[in-house]
Design a protein around this ligand. Structure first.
Ligand code: S3P
Length: 168
């Protein structure tokens, strides 16, 4: 089975669904945020504060371009689709799944998640979070070849749908 790349906004479930997909398929999971944190030796928040978002985006492109042929389950960061170059790279990958979620549901999940500090949503109002999300929607759509709705669905249901759609 070919690898599966998961894309979607923060809170869409890319990490959780990726872990479950990895268990079901036996393919190794890699999480781009984790790889970047290992490489930079600090949190994403600290990196944003010291070097800025653009430097972080460069790291994402480096990792993505090295991952094109991997037969892994890849959980990306929510902003991977922002750069045109990344969208082009994603279009070269065989299975890219957009975990699509309603904006209100995303806001709820992000407010509930007290463990991950995300520089682009920390201390933002629900309206401001939606302002980050909405302009990205066309980018997620054009980068994916499979779209899976996640609103009101459990991670197990989402995994089942993905496996059906990829024909496993
Ligand atoms: C970001 C999403 C985060 C992380 C960084 C920026 C974004 O990953 O890469 O904070 O711009 O959407 P998750 O989607 O895994 O939270």
């Amino acid at each position: 089975m070919k690898g599966i790349v998961l894309i979607g906004f923060m809170g869409a479930g890319k990490t959780t669904v990726g872990q479950k997909l990895s268990q079901k398929t036996g393919l190794q999971q890699i999480d781009f945020d984790e790889l970047i944190v290992q490489e930079i030796g600090m949190t994403i928040q600290e990196y944003f504060d010291q070097y800025g978002e653009e430097a972080f985006r460069k790291k994402e492109t480096e990792i993505l371009s090295k991952s094109l042929d991997l037969e892994h389950i890849i959980s990306t960061g929510g902003g991977i689709v922002l750069k045109e170059e990344n969208r082009r790279l994603l279009n070269q990958m065989p299975t890219v799944v957009y975990l699509k979620t309603d904006a209100d549901e995303l806001v709820k999940r992000l407010k509930r998640d007290k463990t991950t500090v995300r520089p682009l949503v920390v201390s933002k109002s629900p309206e401001e979070i939606k302002e980050v999300y909405v302009p990205r929607i066309p980018f997620y759509e054009e980068s994916a070849n499979i779209i899976v709705e996640t609103t009101n669905r459990t991670p197990d249901e989402i995994v089942q749908t993905i496996l059906l759609k990829v024909g496993e």
